[in-house]
Design a protein. Structure first.
Length: 148
C-alpha cells in the first residue's frame, strides 16, 4: 500500500474514532443551546423589572396556554399565546396599539420556555413594538405577597 493510501486510511480511522467518541463517550461534555446575541439583547431578569417600570408602565403578555392563564397570571397581563394567536391578536389589538413607546414583557412558565421568545419576536416583527423583552426567570417572584 502506498504512502498516500496509508495517510487516507489513518485520517479516515481518526475521523470515525472522533465521531464515535463524541457521541458515545461517558464523560463527554454536556451540549446545550447557546443563545444568539439577538435573543440575549431582549432578555430581562426579574431583578431588572423595577428599573424598567420606573420609566413607563409595562404591558405584560402571558404566552402560556389559556388554562394556565386562567388559574394565575401577572396582574393586568393579557393572554397572547401561539395556539390562539389570530383570535387573541384581534381581541387585544387596542391594548397592543396602545403599547407603542411602552416596554412589553412576555413571560411563560420557565426560563427556558420557547413560547415567550416566539411571541416576543412576532410582536417586534409583525407589530413593530419596541422594546419587547422576554422575562428570564419566574414571573411569580414579581407578585407581592398578600398582606396579612
Amino acid at each position: 500500500m502506498g504512502t498516500g493510501k496509508q495517510v487516507i486510511v489513518i485520517v479516515g480511522i481518526s475521523i470515525v474514532a472522533t465521531i464515535l467518541s463524541a457521541v458515545f463517550h461517558p464523560k463527554r461534555p454536556a451540549s446545550y443551546r447557546v443563545s444568539s446575541p439577538e435573543e440575549l439583547r431582549w432578555q430581562i431578569q426579574p431583578t431588572e423589572i423595577a428599573a424598567l417600570s420606573r420609566d413607563a408602565e409595562i404591558l405584560w403578555v402571558d404566552a402560556r396556554e389559556r388554562e394556565k392563564f386562567e388559574v394565575d397570571h401577572m396582574p393586568g397581563a393579557i393572554l397572547l399565546n401561539l395556539g390562539e394567536w389570530g383570535d387573541l391578536m384581534f381581541q387585544h389589538m387596542d391594548t397592543l396599539q396602545g403599547a407603542f413607546e411602552r416596554p412589553v414583557v412576555v413571560y411563560c412558565d420557565t426560563e427556558s420556555c420557547g413560547k415567550s421568545q416566539e411571541v416576543a419576536k412576532r410582536l417586534r416583527e409583525l407589530l413593530g413594538l419596541d422594546p419587547v423583552y422576554v422575562l428570564k426567570g419566574d414571573w411569580r417572584e414579581l407578585i407581592p405577597p398578600p398582606e396579612s
